[in-house]
Design a protein around this ligand. Structure first.
Ligand code: ZN
Length: 83
């Protein structure tokens, strides 16, 4: 079930990261998740009993700036020009 927070509340909520960016409901992986995701740093924060827990130490694992370490190197076309 998606997070259903008051629109006015969503406006004043901000990520605790240095950017203090706005948050959107859900996570990158699951838009219906009961969580809020920062639009700047990408961290997702859990929503417990309808109350967003906006603490950096409570950010969901696998989210945020340090989460994009795995980049698939497509392995496309190499070695075409063998002489
Ligand atoms: Zn953030």
């Amino acid at each position: 079930m998606a997070v259903d927070l008051d629109a006015a509340l969503m406006k004043i909520l901000a990520c605790p990261c240095p950017t203090h960016a706005t948050l959107r409901s859900g996570t990158a992986a699951d838009p219906e998740a009961e969580a809020l995701t920062c639009t700047a740093c990408g961290r997702s924060f859990p929503v417990t009993d309808g109350i967003p827990v906006l603490l950096l130490e409570e950010a969901l694992p696998g989210t945020g700036p340090g989460a994009d370490g795995v980049v698939g190197s497509g392995g496309s076309g190499s070695g075409l020009g063998s002489v």
